[in-house]
Design a protein around this ligand. Structure first.
Ligand code: THG
Length: 267
């Protein structure tokens, strides 16, 4: 599974403050800590507070690039912020994210083609988040169609079926798991799937337990990537064990250590 570190997000108070003060040390420490914990990619989101989000994104990307060449997931709802982040990062990027709203897709799929990079497509259209798995598939098909229209290979699309807090909508995780499985049948080669995992536990008192249980269940349905707290050791160990049980990693008695050694970081 592609593990994308979630911590560089202005939603976290420490990160928001570092962005406002342009304090590189906090950002660089959090970037390196995630890479050392096993992040394959770092998500970069300026959060809700930045007053000039384009400048904040460029500063964040440059600050991270001073300490690591890890791939970056440029995370924004605003096309101009995504464009600026991609430009600052150069190669080794992914676009996080587009919805299936046509103007959004027209702005962002050409960027994915230009940068030759993966793009996350949320199953959200003009009427919002669909209520069930079938609704998510209808929106996913529009995202696949946009791949064909704009010349992006379908396996470079990561469909995000959008997981929401379980305490607000308890029937939804089941629909999200079903949607993950159904994405495999959409086209050939099929799109990949991704979740912003920590959404599921927001506002609950058992965050780590819900996160890792949800991750294992999503993996069993075929999930390819997740934006997670890679510093949550129990979560990462559950991910590794699930991959062994799903025959995605070779078994050995010391499989956690072996996984970590194989993913040892080049910075
Ligand atoms: N899909 C995609 N991208 C995403 C999301 C998604 N990017 C953002 C988000 N969702 C994934 N990242 C996070 C990061 C943090 C939290 C949840 C998801 C989180 N933050 C604490 C909270 O809200 O309780 C902040 C606590 C604090 O301030 O310290 O849980 O779904 N494609």
């Amino acid at each position: 599974m592609l593990a994308i570190g979630e911590r560089i997000n202005g939603m976290f108070r420490e990160i928001g403050r570092a962005i406002r003060r342009q304090d590189p040390e906090v950002i660089q420490r959090v970037a390196l800590r995630q890479v050392e914990a096993g992040a394959d990619v770092l998500d970069v989101n300026v959060g809700p507070t930045a007053e000039d989000p384009v400048a904040a994104m460029v500063w964040l990307v440059n600050t991270i690039r001073e300490v690591t060449a890890a791939p970056l997931s440029i995370d924004s709802t605003k096309p101009e912020v995504l464009r600026a982040g991609l430009q600052a990062a150069g190669d080794r990027v992914m676009i996080n994210s587009t919805t299936a709203v046509p103007e959004r897709m027209a702005a962002l799929f050409p960027l994915a083609a230009q940068y030759n990079c993966p793009i996350v497509g949320l199953t959200i259209d003009a009427s919002g988040v669909p209520r069930d798995a079938a609704g998510r598939m209808e929106v996913a098909l529009q995202l696949v169609a946009a791949c064909l229209e704009y010349g992006v290979p379908t396996d470079r699309l990561y469909i995000d079926p959008v997981i929401l807090p379980v305490n607000a909508a308890q029937h939804l995780p089941t629909e999200v798991f079903k949607a993950i499985g159904m994405c495999r049948t959409l086209c050939d080669p099929p799109p990949k799937t991704i979740l912003g995992l920590s959404n599921v536990s927001q506002g609950t008192t058992q965050r780590s337990l819900l996160n890792r249980t949800c991750l294992v269940m999503a993996l069993a349905h075929g999930l390819d990537a997740a934006i997670v707290d890679v510093t949550d050791e129990a979560l990462m160990e559950a991910m590794i064990a699930a991959e062994v049980l799903l025959n995605r990693q070779v078994y050995c008695d010391d499989f956690v250590r072996a996984y970590r050694a194989a993913h040892a970081v080049q910075g």
